[in-house]
Design a protein around this ligand. Structure first.
Ligand code: SAM
Length: 284
């Protein structure tokens, strides 16, 4: 990849997203994935894994505020939080804003991602060096299997269901997430685009709703993600994200508000129908 080249992310064989590259800041093949940090003409510096944009300084605030604050404000008093993945540090940054949060375990499998983000994306990576954060280089699948009844909130900020993240989208993993949560705990994961990943959303909803009494997808617009419309899946043991009394952030936000939180769960029919049962794969 060179200056002036195009970063091409293939969504389908006949649909690509392209970004003009101003500068290549970092490139390496890690034991887990192809890692690049690029300066894009539009959206600025970006973390790219296996040719898929993970985060950009131009729009990361939307994804990180929505994957962190929706579950943390759904829980009445979150103290113990687990982040799986999230190696750019943006989710940790937002989680640590919550005064009630005492300790955050963050388990990222690829040390190279952490180091590259600390060097080239400091305004995002700063979250990983917060005093509340216990940063572990390891596999999130094994971590949840080794922990029981420990967390108020678990956030699965993973890459797409390929390579190291494949095992973060199946029944065994979600059952272990359930076990690692306290009696009134809840979790959230990212499930990509309602336009390009319908069977994934349908299957994850099918599996999670068989494990958690409350299972609700929510949406946000993330311009640099496939189709721009991004879906998250929330699974909760007791607290509804639409409960009364969801608190207002005591700090300035750029996307998240209690009204945006509620609106995110109002699904258009074309997305709501994805939740209707059909042949399941994720349980395999
Ligand atoms: N927001 C991005 C998205 O939605 O595509 C995800 C960003 S974050 C950088 C994803 C991280 O998950 C990557 O750094 C990747 O190394 C990490 N990851 C993938 N599989 C993992 C696993 N099994 N355990 C822990 N971390 C994992």
């Amino acid at each position: 990849m060179n200056r002036g080249d195009w970063l091409i992310e293939e969504q389908t064989p006949s649909y690509q997203t392209r970004w003009r590259v101003r500068e290549v800041l970092h490139e390496e093949q890690t034991p887990y994935q192809k890692l690049q940090v690029l300066e894009l003409e539009d959206f600025g510096r970006a973390l790219v894994l296996d040719d898929a944009v993970q985060t950009t300084v131009g729009d990361e605030f939307i994804y990180h505020e929505m994957i962190a604050h929706v579950p943390l404000f759904t829980h009445p008093h979150p103290e113990r939080v687990l982040i799986i993945g999230g190696g750019d540090g943006g989710t940790a940054r937002e989680v640590c804003r919550h005064e009630s949060v005492q300790k955050v375990d963050m388990v990222e499998i690829d040390r190279a991602v952490i180091e590259a983000c600390r060097k080239h994306l400091p305004e995002i990576a700063c979250g990983m060096d917060h005093p509340k954060v216990n940063l572990v280089v390891g596999d999130g699948i094994a971590w949840v299997a080794d922990h029981a009844d420990e967390y108020d909130v678990i956030i699965v900020d993973s890459s797409d269901p390929v390579g190291p993240a494949k095992g973060l989208f199946n029944q065994a993993f979600y059952k272990n997430v359930f076990r690692a949560l306290k009696a009134d705990g809840l979790f959230v994961c990212q499930v990509l685009s309602p336009f390009f990943h319908q069977s994934l959303i349908r299957d994850v909803y099918g599996v999670v709703s068989a494990i958690f009494p409350i299972t609700m997808p929510y949406l946000a617009v993330v311009p640099t993600y496939p189709s721009g419309l991004h879906c998250f899946m929330l699974g909760s043991k007791r607290h509804s994200p639409l409960r009364e009394g969801v608190r207002t952030p005591a700090w300035p936000t750029r996307w998240y508000t209690p009204a945006v939180h509620r609106a995110a769960f109002q699904l258009p029919p074309v997305v709501a129908q994805l939740l209707e049962p059909s042949g399941s794969q994720a349980g395999q």
